[in-house]
Ligand binder design. Structure first.
Ligand code: GRF
Length: 205
């Protein structure tokens, strides 16, 4: 294993392209991280097969099989802890996590969001960006706190919004940047360089 590498658990619900970009860079030793588990809350998520193809252990924890959110999250926590996960990365994970889960990994949960937060939190982002008339969009990796899409911002990337953009073309342009900044955020974390001061995240030298 893993000397000096941070143990990462990735939570997905769908396509898993961010998961894939993290796994590729970890496997190529481009970031000091080892992805020890991928967990999907959806049994049919296409990302599951992608993770398996990389030889990453995949676990399905289907939220529909639990009678309460607490039980679902308890199962998540126990799977992550049993594998020694030090950093939890949400990558297209479509369940809101309760404060109880978040307190199990203080300062150790990241999420990627396809806008320049604090603008456009929530769902249906690219459509709302286009309707707003904004000339730039982008993506954000942030620490997860109890306020959805509002935790301290670690890293962002900016893309232009073009006159002939559709939701799909804008999403694709943003996604290219997502695949760069999520591994970069993990690298900064693994190197112990992220210092949270209130809402700000300082990159230590
Ligand atoms: C990404 O756009 C991410 O920003 C958002 O959900 C999408 C997930 O895509 N949270 P993928 O599953 O990583 O391909």
């Amino acid at each position: 294993m893993s000397e000096g590498k941070v143990k990462v658990g990735i939570l997905i619900s769908g396509r898993g392209s961010n998961m894939e970009s993290i796994v590729r860079k970890a496997k190529a030793d481009e970031i000091p991280a080892e992805v020890v588990v991928v967990i999907s809350n959806k049994p049919e998520a296409p990302g599951i097969r992608k993770a398996e193809a990389f030889g990453i252990p995949v676990v399905v924890i289907d939220h529909k099989k639990f009678s309460s959110r607490e039980d679902f999250e308890r199962a998540l926590v126990s799977e992550l802890k049993s594998r020694g996960v030090e950093l939890v990365c949400l990558a297209g994970f479509m369940r809101i996590l309760s404060p109880t889960f978040i307190r199990e990994f203080p300062g150790r949960i990241m999420n990627i969001h396809p806008s320049l937060l604090p603008a456009f939190p929530g769902l249906n982002v690219h459509n709302r960006v286009l309707e707003s008339g904004a000339k730039f969009s982008g993506c954000t990796v942030h620490f997860v706190t109890e306020d959805v899409d509002a935790g301290p911002i670690i890293i962002q990337a900016v893309v232009p919004v073009l006159d002939d953009d559709t939701e799909e073309t804008l999403a694709a342009r943003v996604l290219v940047e997502e695949h760069k900044i999520y591994p970069e955020a993990i690298r900064l974390f693994a190197e112990g360089r992220l210092e949270v001061r209130g809402k700000r995240v300082i990159w230590k030298k």
